[in-house]
Design a protein around this ligand. Structure first.
Ligand code: ADP
Ligand code: GLC
Length: 493
Protein backbone atom coordinates (compact mmCIF):
# COMPACT_ATOMS: atom_id res chain seq x y z
CA UNK A 1 0.00 0.00 0.00
CA UNK A 2 1.66 3.20 -1.19
CA UNK A 3 0.48 6.23 0.80
CA UNK A 4 1.39 9.89 0.46
CA UNK A 5 0.76 11.56 3.84
CA UNK A 6 0.61 15.35 3.54
CA UNK A 7 0.87 17.53 6.63
CA UNK A 8 1.94 21.06 7.58
CA UNK A 9 3.87 19.89 10.67
CA UNK A 10 5.72 16.69 11.53
CA UNK A 11 7.50 15.87 14.78
CA UNK A 12 10.49 16.08 15.30
CA UNK A 13 11.10 18.36 12.29
CA UNK A 14 8.57 21.08 13.13
CA UNK A 15 5.81 21.21 15.74
CA UNK A 16 3.23 23.63 17.06
CA UNK A 17 0.80 21.03 18.44
CA UNK A 18 -0.65 17.55 18.28
CA UNK A 19 -0.85 17.47 14.46
CA UNK A 20 2.95 17.19 14.43
CA UNK A 21 2.95 14.30 16.90
CA UNK A 22 0.40 12.45 14.78
CA UNK A 23 2.18 13.18 11.49
CA UNK A 24 5.45 11.86 12.91
CA UNK A 25 4.13 8.75 14.63
CA UNK A 26 1.22 7.53 12.49
CA UNK A 27 3.23 7.15 9.25
CA UNK A 28 5.89 5.27 11.24
CA UNK A 29 3.23 2.90 12.63
CA UNK A 30 1.78 2.47 9.13
CA UNK A 31 5.25 1.72 7.77
CA UNK A 32 5.77 -0.83 10.55
CA UNK A 33 2.47 -2.42 9.48
CA UNK A 34 3.83 -2.78 5.94
CA UNK A 35 2.67 0.39 4.17
CA UNK A 36 5.04 2.20 1.83
CA UNK A 37 4.88 5.72 3.23
CA UNK A 38 6.03 9.13 2.05
CA UNK A 39 5.39 12.18 4.23
CA UNK A 40 5.08 15.52 2.42
CA UNK A 41 5.99 18.69 4.36
CA UNK A 42 6.91 22.29 3.50
CA UNK A 43 10.65 22.93 3.63
CA UNK A 44 10.65 25.35 6.57
CA UNK A 45 14.24 26.21 7.60
CA UNK A 46 13.95 24.29 10.90
CA UNK A 47 12.63 21.20 9.14
CA UNK A 48 15.33 21.39 6.44
CA UNK A 49 18.00 21.62 9.16
CA UNK A 50 16.73 18.67 11.15
CA UNK A 51 15.89 16.33 8.25
CA UNK A 52 18.49 13.60 7.83
CA UNK A 53 20.21 12.50 4.61
CA UNK A 54 18.75 15.16 2.32
CA UNK A 55 18.99 14.75 -1.43
CA UNK A 56 17.28 16.48 -4.33
CA UNK A 57 14.67 14.45 -6.19
CA UNK A 58 13.86 16.91 -8.92
CA UNK A 59 12.11 20.15 -9.87
CA UNK A 60 8.40 20.51 -9.13
CA UNK A 61 7.80 23.64 -11.16
CA UNK A 62 6.41 27.05 -10.27
CA UNK A 63 2.60 26.86 -10.40
CA UNK A 64 1.99 30.33 -8.93
CA UNK A 65 4.86 32.20 -10.62
CA UNK A 66 6.54 33.05 -7.34
CA UNK A 67 9.74 31.03 -7.64
CA UNK A 68 10.82 27.46 -8.23
CA UNK A 69 10.20 24.51 -5.91
CA UNK A 70 12.52 21.51 -5.63
CA UNK A 71 11.46 18.21 -4.11
CA UNK A 72 13.97 17.07 -1.50
CA UNK A 73 13.93 13.61 0.01
CA UNK A 74 15.14 12.90 3.56
CA UNK A 75 14.54 10.62 6.52
CA UNK A 76 12.54 11.38 9.63
CA UNK A 77 14.95 11.30 12.60
CA UNK A 78 14.06 8.37 14.85
CA UNK A 79 11.82 6.27 12.66
CA UNK A 80 13.63 6.77 9.35
CA UNK A 81 10.33 7.14 7.46
CA UNK A 82 10.94 8.90 4.11
CA UNK A 83 9.97 12.58 4.13
CA UNK A 84 9.64 14.73 1.06
CA UNK A 85 10.26 18.42 1.69
CA UNK A 86 9.14 21.25 -0.55
CA UNK A 87 12.16 23.46 -1.00
CA UNK A 88 10.55 26.71 -2.10
CA UNK A 89 12.65 29.58 -0.72
CA UNK A 90 10.15 32.24 -1.88
CA UNK A 91 7.46 30.79 0.40
CA UNK A 92 9.23 28.96 3.19
CA UNK A 93 12.76 30.24 3.72
CA UNK A 94 12.04 32.83 6.41
CA UNK A 95 12.24 33.04 10.21
CA UNK A 96 8.99 32.43 12.12
CA UNK A 97 6.48 29.63 12.57
CA UNK A 98 4.64 27.52 10.03
CA UNK A 99 1.55 29.71 10.14
CA UNK A 100 2.68 32.98 11.68
CA UNK A 101 5.50 35.48 11.54
CA UNK A 102 7.72 36.04 14.60
CA UNK A 103 5.30 38.71 15.88
CA UNK A 104 2.42 36.22 15.87
CA UNK A 105 0.55 37.46 12.78
CA UNK A 106 -0.66 35.01 10.16
CA UNK A 107 1.63 35.02 7.12
CA UNK A 108 -0.11 37.16 4.48
CA UNK A 109 0.62 34.51 1.83
CA UNK A 110 -0.67 31.45 3.71
CA UNK A 111 -2.98 30.79 0.76
CA UNK A 112 0.10 30.31 -1.43
CA UNK A 113 2.17 28.51 1.22
CA UNK A 114 -0.45 25.86 1.84
CA UNK A 115 -1.85 26.08 -1.67
CA UNK A 116 1.59 24.92 -2.77
CA UNK A 117 1.64 22.10 -0.20
CA UNK A 118 -1.74 20.92 -1.51
CA UNK A 119 -0.76 21.43 -5.15
CA UNK A 120 2.46 19.44 -4.69
CA UNK A 121 0.59 16.59 -2.97
CA UNK A 122 -1.76 16.38 -5.96
CA UNK A 123 1.02 16.88 -8.52
CA UNK A 124 2.93 13.91 -7.08
CA UNK A 125 -0.11 11.75 -7.91
CA UNK A 126 0.09 12.59 -11.62
CA UNK A 127 2.21 11.64 -14.63
CA UNK A 128 3.93 15.03 -14.33
CA UNK A 129 5.55 14.04 -11.03
CA UNK A 130 9.37 14.16 -11.10
CA UNK A 131 9.48 10.77 -9.32
CA UNK A 132 8.22 7.36 -10.46
CA UNK A 133 6.64 6.45 -7.11
CA UNK A 134 2.88 7.10 -7.19
CA UNK A 135 0.58 6.79 -4.20
CA UNK A 136 -2.49 4.54 -4.18
CA UNK A 137 -3.88 6.73 -1.42
CA UNK A 138 -3.36 10.40 -0.68
CA UNK A 139 -3.94 11.14 3.01
CA UNK A 140 -4.37 14.87 3.65
CA UNK A 141 -4.55 16.48 7.09
CA UNK A 142 -6.37 19.63 8.19
CA UNK A 143 -7.06 22.75 6.12
CA UNK A 144 -3.45 23.24 5.06
CA UNK A 145 -3.75 20.24 2.73
CA UNK A 146 -7.46 20.58 1.94
CA UNK A 147 -6.90 21.79 -1.61
CA UNK A 148 -5.03 18.61 -2.62
CA UNK A 149 -8.18 16.60 -3.44
CA UNK A 150 -9.62 19.74 -5.05
CA UNK A 151 -6.65 19.91 -7.44
CA UNK A 152 -7.11 16.24 -8.35
CA UNK A 153 -10.75 17.02 -9.08
CA UNK A 154 -9.91 20.13 -11.11
CA UNK A 155 -7.37 18.23 -13.22
CA UNK A 156 -9.68 15.24 -13.62
CA UNK A 157 -6.61 13.13 -12.99
CA UNK A 158 -6.83 9.75 -14.67
CA UNK A 159 -6.16 6.87 -12.27
CA UNK A 160 -5.98 9.23 -9.34
CA UNK A 161 -5.40 7.73 -5.90
CA UNK A 162 -8.11 7.37 -3.29
CA UNK A 163 -8.21 10.35 -0.97
CA UNK A 164 -8.61 10.53 2.80
CA UNK A 165 -8.97 13.81 4.64
CA UNK A 166 -8.45 13.89 8.40
CA UNK A 167 -9.90 16.69 10.51
CA UNK A 168 -7.68 17.34 13.51
CA UNK A 169 -9.48 20.54 14.45
CA UNK A 170 -12.50 21.93 12.65
CA UNK A 171 -12.10 25.36 14.24
CA UNK A 172 -9.24 26.14 11.85
CA UNK A 173 -10.65 26.40 8.35
CA UNK A 174 -8.17 28.32 6.18
CA UNK A 175 -10.45 30.90 4.58
CA UNK A 176 -9.21 33.32 1.94
CA UNK A 177 -10.74 35.99 -0.30
CA UNK A 178 -12.35 34.90 -3.57
CA UNK A 179 -9.37 36.29 -5.50
CA UNK A 180 -7.34 33.31 -4.27
CA UNK A 181 -9.40 30.97 -6.48
CA UNK A 182 -7.80 32.11 -9.75
CA UNK A 183 -4.46 32.84 -8.10
CA UNK A 184 -4.28 29.20 -7.02
CA UNK A 185 -5.21 28.03 -10.51
CA UNK A 186 -8.77 26.79 -9.98
CA UNK A 187 -11.68 27.17 -12.39
CA UNK A 188 -14.37 29.52 -11.11
CA UNK A 189 -17.04 26.74 -11.23
CA UNK A 190 -15.48 25.18 -8.15
CA UNK A 191 -16.17 28.38 -6.23
CA UNK A 192 -19.72 27.29 -5.48
CA UNK A 193 -21.76 25.87 -2.66
CA UNK A 194 -21.10 22.42 -4.17
CA UNK A 195 -17.41 23.13 -4.07
CA UNK A 196 -15.06 25.08 -1.82
CA UNK A 197 -16.98 28.32 -1.53
CA UNK A 198 -17.94 29.18 2.03
CA UNK A 199 -19.78 32.43 2.70
CA UNK A 200 -18.13 34.08 -0.33
CA UNK A 201 -14.66 32.95 0.67
CA UNK A 202 -12.44 30.10 -0.44
CA UNK A 203 -12.31 27.55 2.39
CA UNK A 204 -9.41 25.08 2.28
CA UNK A 205 -11.15 22.96 4.93
CA UNK A 206 -14.38 22.76 2.98
CA UNK A 207 -12.39 21.75 -0.11
CA UNK A 208 -10.92 18.84 1.81
CA UNK A 209 -14.30 17.83 3.19
CA UNK A 210 -16.09 18.18 -0.15
CA UNK A 211 -13.61 16.62 -2.57
CA UNK A 212 -12.12 13.74 -0.52
CA UNK A 213 -13.41 10.18 -0.81
CA UNK A 214 -13.23 9.42 2.89
CA UNK A 215 -13.21 11.69 5.92
CA UNK A 216 -11.93 10.97 9.39
CA UNK A 217 -11.75 12.79 12.69
CA UNK A 218 -9.20 11.98 15.39
CA UNK A 219 -11.68 10.43 17.85
CA UNK A 220 -15.05 8.69 17.50
CA UNK A 221 -16.79 11.20 19.78
CA UNK A 222 -15.52 14.15 17.73
CA UNK A 223 -16.87 12.53 14.55
CA UNK A 224 -20.34 12.80 16.08
CA UNK A 225 -19.78 16.23 17.60
CA UNK A 226 -18.68 17.89 14.34
CA UNK A 227 -22.05 17.03 12.81
CA UNK A 228 -23.77 19.29 15.35
CA UNK A 229 -24.11 23.06 15.43
CA UNK A 230 -22.42 23.21 18.84
CA UNK A 231 -19.12 21.82 17.53
CA UNK A 232 -19.28 21.97 13.72
CA UNK A 233 -18.08 25.60 13.46
CA UNK A 234 -20.59 26.29 10.69
CA UNK A 235 -19.65 23.30 8.54
CA UNK A 236 -21.77 20.71 10.36
CA UNK A 237 -24.25 20.51 7.48
CA UNK A 238 -21.67 19.22 5.01
CA UNK A 239 -20.30 16.80 7.60
CA UNK A 240 -23.75 15.43 8.32
CA UNK A 241 -24.35 15.05 4.57
CA UNK A 242 -21.15 13.07 4.28
CA UNK A 243 -21.64 11.02 7.44
CA UNK A 244 -21.56 7.72 5.49
CA UNK A 245 -17.95 8.52 4.54
CA UNK A 246 -16.96 9.88 7.95
CA UNK A 247 -15.34 7.82 10.71
CA UNK A 248 -13.58 8.68 13.95
CA UNK A 249 -10.23 6.96 14.47
CA UNK A 250 -8.72 7.58 17.87
CA UNK A 251 -5.15 8.93 17.85
CA UNK A 252 -2.39 7.11 19.66
CA UNK A 253 0.65 7.99 21.72
CA UNK A 254 4.22 7.48 20.62
CA UNK A 255 5.63 5.50 23.54
CA UNK A 256 9.04 5.69 21.88
CA UNK A 257 8.99 9.38 22.82
CA UNK A 258 6.68 9.31 25.86
CA UNK A 259 7.81 6.59 28.26
CA UNK A 260 9.09 7.44 31.77
CA UNK A 261 11.40 4.42 31.70
CA UNK A 262 13.41 5.72 28.74
CA UNK A 263 12.68 9.48 28.72
CA UNK A 264 15.98 11.36 28.28
CA UNK A 265 14.49 14.64 29.54
CA UNK A 266 13.59 13.42 33.05
CA UNK A 267 16.23 13.04 35.74
CA UNK A 268 14.81 9.88 37.36
CA UNK A 269 13.45 7.15 35.06
CA UNK A 270 10.64 5.00 36.45
CA UNK A 271 7.94 2.55 35.45
CA UNK A 272 4.54 1.43 36.69
CA UNK A 273 6.17 -1.25 38.85
CA UNK A 274 8.03 1.30 40.97
CA UNK A 275 7.07 4.94 41.32
CA UNK A 276 10.09 5.96 43.42
CA UNK A 277 11.48 7.80 40.42
CA UNK A 278 8.22 9.71 40.00
CA UNK A 279 8.51 11.06 43.55
CA UNK A 280 12.11 12.08 42.86
CA UNK A 281 11.06 13.79 39.61
CA UNK A 282 8.39 15.68 41.53
CA UNK A 283 10.91 16.97 44.08
CA UNK A 284 13.34 17.91 41.29
CA UNK A 285 10.59 19.71 39.38
CA UNK A 286 9.40 21.61 42.44
CA UNK A 287 12.98 22.71 43.07
CA UNK A 288 13.57 23.62 39.40
CA UNK A 289 10.43 25.78 39.31
CA UNK A 290 10.94 27.40 42.72
CA UNK A 291 7.89 25.70 44.23
CA UNK A 292 7.91 24.46 47.83
CA UNK A 293 9.45 20.98 47.77
CA UNK A 294 6.80 18.86 49.42
CA UNK A 295 5.68 15.35 48.40
CA UNK A 296 2.28 15.70 50.08
CA UNK A 297 1.13 18.76 48.16
CA UNK A 298 -0.75 17.82 44.99
CA UNK A 299 1.14 19.24 42.02
CA UNK A 300 -1.16 20.14 39.14
CA UNK A 301 0.36 20.60 35.71
CA UNK A 302 -0.66 22.06 32.36
CA UNK A 303 1.10 21.62 29.01
CA UNK A 304 -0.95 23.52 26.50
CA UNK A 305 -1.46 26.11 23.87
CA UNK A 306 -3.28 29.05 25.44
CA UNK A 307 -6.39 29.72 23.48
CA UNK A 308 -10.07 29.73 23.94
CA UNK A 309 -10.39 26.06 22.99
CA UNK A 310 -8.18 24.81 25.83
CA UNK A 311 -10.38 26.31 28.60
CA UNK A 312 -7.52 28.11 30.34
CA UNK A 313 -10.00 30.79 31.42
CA UNK A 314 -11.61 28.12 33.60
CA UNK A 315 -8.26 27.32 35.21
CA UNK A 316 -7.85 30.99 36.07
CA UNK A 317 -11.39 31.14 37.46
CA UNK A 318 -10.74 28.14 39.69
CA UNK A 319 -7.16 29.06 40.61
CA UNK A 320 -8.07 30.78 43.91
CA UNK A 321 -9.87 27.60 45.00
CA UNK A 322 -6.93 25.44 43.88
CA UNK A 323 -4.58 27.59 45.94
CA UNK A 324 -6.91 27.45 48.92
CA UNK A 325 -6.78 23.65 48.72
CA UNK A 326 -3.02 24.03 49.20
CA UNK A 327 -2.23 22.57 45.78
CA UNK A 328 0.51 23.75 43.45
CA UNK A 329 0.20 24.60 39.76
CA UNK A 330 2.98 24.35 37.16
CA UNK A 331 2.29 25.52 33.63
CA UNK A 332 4.16 25.49 30.34
CA UNK A 333 2.31 27.12 27.51
CA UNK A 334 1.91 30.06 25.21
CA UNK A 335 -0.62 31.77 23.02
CA UNK A 336 -3.26 34.33 23.93
CA UNK A 337 -1.43 37.27 25.52
CA UNK A 338 -4.11 38.06 28.09
CA UNK A 339 -3.95 34.46 29.36
CA UNK A 340 -0.16 34.60 29.40
CA UNK A 341 -0.32 37.80 31.47
CA UNK A 342 -2.90 36.38 33.88
CA UNK A 343 -0.87 33.23 34.53
CA UNK A 344 2.33 35.25 34.89
CA UNK A 345 0.82 37.56 37.49
CA UNK A 346 -0.57 34.61 39.46
CA UNK A 347 2.93 33.13 39.55
CA UNK A 348 4.45 36.45 40.58
CA UNK A 349 2.06 36.72 43.51
CA UNK A 350 2.59 33.19 44.83
CA UNK A 351 5.89 31.89 43.48
CA UNK A 352 5.90 29.04 46.01
CA UNK A 353 2.64 27.70 44.71
CA UNK A 354 2.38 28.70 41.06
CA UNK A 355 5.08 28.41 38.39
CA UNK A 356 4.57 29.50 34.81
CA UNK A 357 6.97 29.13 31.93
CA UNK A 358 5.79 30.90 28.80
CA UNK A 359 6.86 29.52 25.47
CA UNK A 360 7.41 26.12 24.04
CA UNK A 361 9.68 23.57 25.71
CA UNK A 362 9.59 19.91 24.78
CA UNK A 363 11.95 19.11 27.69
CA UNK A 364 9.87 20.87 30.32
CA UNK A 365 6.70 19.26 28.95
CA UNK A 366 8.25 15.86 29.68
CA UNK A 367 9.37 16.91 33.16
CA UNK A 368 5.88 18.20 34.01
CA UNK A 369 4.33 14.91 32.93
CA UNK A 370 6.84 13.00 35.07
CA UNK A 371 6.80 15.25 38.15
CA UNK A 372 3.13 16.22 38.20
CA UNK A 373 0.34 14.45 40.09
CA UNK A 374 -2.64 15.83 38.19
CA UNK A 375 -2.94 17.11 34.59
CA UNK A 376 -5.58 19.80 34.00
CA UNK A 377 -7.40 19.61 30.63
CA UNK A 378 -10.62 21.62 30.83
CA UNK A 379 -10.83 21.93 27.02
CA UNK A 380 -14.01 23.47 25.67
CA UNK A 381 -13.69 20.98 22.83
CA UNK A 382 -10.88 18.54 22.12
CA UNK A 383 -10.79 16.64 18.81
CA UNK A 384 -8.58 14.04 20.46
CA UNK A 385 -5.98 15.52 22.79
CA UNK A 386 -2.67 13.76 23.22
CA UNK A 387 -1.43 15.06 26.55
CA UNK A 388 -3.89 12.84 28.46
CA UNK A 389 -2.26 9.80 26.83
CA UNK A 390 1.18 11.02 27.91
CA UNK A 391 -0.10 11.77 31.42
CA UNK A 392 -1.53 8.24 31.69
CA UNK A 393 1.81 6.63 30.89
CA UNK A 394 3.55 8.83 33.47
CA UNK A 395 1.01 8.04 36.22
CA UNK A 396 -0.26 11.62 36.18
CA UNK A 397 -4.02 11.67 36.55
CA UNK A 398 -6.05 13.92 34.22
CA UNK A 399 -8.93 16.17 35.21
CA UNK A 400 -10.75 16.63 31.92
CA UNK A 401 -13.89 18.00 30.33
CA UNK A 402 -16.07 15.25 28.82
CA UNK A 403 -15.68 16.21 25.18
CA UNK A 404 -14.17 14.76 21.99
CA UNK A 405 -11.21 12.47 22.55
CA UNK A 406 -11.21 13.24 26.26
CA UNK A 407 -14.69 11.71 26.54
CA UNK A 408 -13.40 8.65 24.68
CA UNK A 409 -10.33 8.14 26.84
CA UNK A 410 -10.68 9.49 30.40
CA UNK A 411 -12.77 7.25 32.67
CA UNK A 412 -14.22 9.22 35.56
CA UNK A 413 -13.47 8.07 39.10
CA UNK A 414 -16.64 6.84 40.76
CA UNK A 415 -17.19 4.27 43.45
CA UNK A 416 -17.70 1.63 40.75
CA UNK A 417 -14.76 2.50 38.51
CA UNK A 418 -12.49 2.76 41.52
CA UNK A 419 -13.58 -0.68 42.71
CA UNK A 420 -13.15 -2.25 39.29
CA UNK A 421 -9.77 -0.60 38.73
CA UNK A 422 -10.98 1.23 35.62
CA UNK A 423 -10.93 4.82 36.92
CA UNK A 424 -8.34 6.87 35.02
CA UNK A 425 -9.20 10.45 35.86
CA UNK A 426 -11.77 13.01 36.91
CA UNK A 427 -14.26 14.10 34.29
CA UNK A 428 -16.78 16.93 34.25
CA UNK A 429 -19.70 17.29 31.87
CA UNK A 430 -20.69 20.94 32.08
CA UNK A 431 -18.29 23.55 30.84
CA UNK A 432 -18.36 25.90 33.80
CA UNK A 433 -16.07 26.81 36.68
CA UNK A 434 -18.26 25.11 39.30
CA UNK A 435 -18.21 21.75 37.54
CA UNK A 436 -14.48 21.97 36.89
CA UNK A 437 -13.79 22.94 40.49
CA UNK A 438 -15.81 19.98 41.74
CA UNK A 439 -13.72 17.61 39.60
CA UNK A 440 -10.51 19.22 40.90
CA UNK A 441 -11.75 18.88 44.49
CA UNK A 442 -12.49 15.20 43.96
CA UNK A 443 -8.98 14.70 42.57
CA UNK A 444 -7.38 16.48 45.52
CA UNK A 445 -9.47 14.47 48.00
CA UNK A 446 -8.44 11.17 46.43
CA UNK A 447 -4.81 12.25 46.23
CA UNK A 448 -4.81 12.35 50.04
CA UNK A 449 -5.92 8.71 50.16
CA UNK A 450 -2.72 7.12 48.95
CA UNK A 451 -3.83 3.49 48.36
CA UNK A 452 -6.81 4.66 46.28
CA UNK A 453 -4.70 7.18 44.41
CA UNK A 454 -2.16 4.48 43.56
CA UNK A 455 -4.99 2.39 42.14
CA UNK A 456 -5.99 5.17 39.77
CA UNK A 457 -2.36 5.81 38.81
CA UNK A 458 -1.88 2.11 38.10
CA UNK A 459 -4.99 2.04 35.90
CA UNK A 460 -3.69 5.09 34.02
CA UNK A 461 -0.34 3.43 33.45
CA UNK A 462 -1.99 0.23 32.20
CA UNK A 463 -3.77 2.09 29.39
CA UNK A 464 -2.51 1.11 25.96
CA UNK A 465 -2.97 3.82 23.38
CA UNK A 466 -0.12 2.82 21.08
CA UNK A 467 -0.39 3.71 17.39
CA UNK A 468 -0.73 0.13 16.10
CA UNK A 469 -4.46 0.10 16.62
CA UNK A 470 -5.07 3.37 14.79
CA UNK A 471 -2.70 2.30 12.02
CA UNK A 472 -4.81 -0.84 11.54
CA UNK A 473 -7.97 1.25 11.16
CA UNK A 474 -6.34 3.61 8.64
CA UNK A 475 -5.03 0.64 6.65
CA UNK A 476 -8.55 -0.81 6.49
CA UNK A 477 -9.79 2.51 5.16
CA UNK A 478 -6.94 2.77 2.63
CA UNK A 479 -7.68 -0.76 1.41
CA UNK A 480 -11.31 0.10 0.76
CA UNK A 481 -10.24 3.01 -1.40
CA UNK A 482 -7.39 1.32 -3.21
CA UNK A 483 -9.52 -1.69 -4.14
CA UNK A 484 -12.33 0.49 -5.44
CA UNK A 485 -14.74 -0.40 -2.65
CA UNK A 486 -14.85 3.17 -1.46
CA UNK A 487 -16.61 6.15 -2.93
CA UNK A 488 -13.78 7.09 -5.24
CA UNK A 489 -15.83 7.92 -8.30
CA UNK A 490 -18.61 9.73 -6.43
CA UNK A 491 -17.01 13.15 -6.46
CA UNK A 492 -15.52 12.85 -9.92
CA UNK A 493 -18.87 12.35 -11.58
P1 ADP B 1 -3.32 20.56 20.34
O1 ADP B 1 -2.78 19.92 19.14
O2 ADP B 1 -4.72 21.02 20.20
O3 ADP B 1 -2.44 21.64 20.86
P2 ADP B 1 -2.79 18.00 21.66
O4 ADP B 1 -3.04 17.56 23.06
O5 ADP B 1 -3.25 17.10 20.59
O6 ADP B 1 -3.40 19.45 21.51
O7 ADP B 1 -1.24 18.14 21.40
C1 ADP B 1 -0.46 19.12 21.99
C2 ADP B 1 0.99 18.73 21.80
O8 ADP B 1 1.78 19.90 21.94
C3 ADP B 1 1.50 17.77 22.85
O9 ADP B 1 2.57 17.02 22.33
C4 ADP B 1 2.01 18.72 23.95
O10 ADP B 1 2.98 18.11 24.76
C5 ADP B 1 2.60 19.82 23.10
N1 ADP B 1 2.65 21.14 23.70
C6 ADP B 1 1.65 22.05 23.81
N2 ADP B 1 2.09 23.19 24.37
C7 ADP B 1 3.40 23.00 24.62
C8 ADP B 1 4.44 23.81 25.19
N3 ADP B 1 4.19 25.06 25.61
N4 ADP B 1 5.67 23.29 25.29
C9 ADP B 1 5.91 22.03 24.87
N5 ADP B 1 5.00 21.21 24.33
C10 ADP B 1 3.76 21.70 24.20
C1 GLC C 1 -5.52 19.07 16.97
C2 GLC C 1 -6.50 18.92 18.12
C3 GLC C 1 -6.08 17.89 19.15
C4 GLC C 1 -5.58 16.63 18.48
C5 GLC C 1 -4.47 16.99 17.52
C6 GLC C 1 -3.88 15.79 16.81
O1 GLC C 1 -4.50 19.94 17.26
O2 GLC C 1 -6.72 20.17 18.74
O3 GLC C 1 -7.17 17.57 19.98
O4 GLC C 1 -5.09 15.72 19.45
O5 GLC C 1 -4.97 17.84 16.53
O6 GLC C 1 -4.84 15.07 16.08
Amino acid sequence: MRVLFASSEVFPLIKTGGLADVSGALPAALAAAGADMRILLPGYPEAMDKAEGKRQLGPLGDPYGIGATTLVSAKLPGSGVPVWLLDCPALFDRPGGPYQDPAGHDWPDNDLRFGLLSWAAAHLCTEASPVKWRPQVLHANDWQTGLAPAYLHAWNTVGRPGTVFTVHNIAYQGQFPATAVARLGFPSEMFAIDGFEYYSQLSFLKAGLFYSDKLTTVSPRYAKEVQTAAFGCGIEGLLAQRSADLTGILNGADYGVWDPATDPYIPHPYSAADLTGKAQNKAALQAELGLAVDPDVPLMVIVSRFNDHKGMDLVLAVLPAILKMGAQLAVVGSGDHSLEDAFTSAAAMLPNQVAVRLGYSEELAHRLMAGGDILLMPSRFEPCGLTQFYAFRYGTVPVAHTTGGLADTVMDTTYDTLMTGTATGFAFEHMNAGAFQWAVERAVALFAQKPQWRKVQAACQRQEFGWQQAAGHYLDLYRKLATGNGTKSRRRA
